[in-house]
Design a binder for this molecule. Sequence first.
Ligand SMILES: [Zn+2]
Length: 80
Amino acid sequence: MNCDGVVRSISGYIDNELEPTVKHEFEVHTADCWECKVLVEQTRNTVRIFFDCDLVDLPADARKRLHEKLRKNIGHRPSR
Ligand SMILES: [Zn+2]
C-alpha cells in the first residue's frame, strides 16, 4: 500500500471495516511512513472530538457527517 491507499482506506480503518489483508497493509505502511502515521493520529483525534460532541451510537446520519468531515480534512492534506 502507498500513501494514496492509506488516504483512501483511512475512514474504513478508523471504523475497523477494512478487510484483514488491507488492514495489515495499512498498518505496515503507517508503521514506516511518518506522514501517514500523523494523518491517522489527526483523523483519530477528529473522530474523538466528533464522538465527544455527538456521543455513543452513531446513527447513520451522524456517520455520514463524520465521513464528510474526514474527507474534508484529508482534502487539505498537501498532495505530492
Ligand atoms: Zn504514507
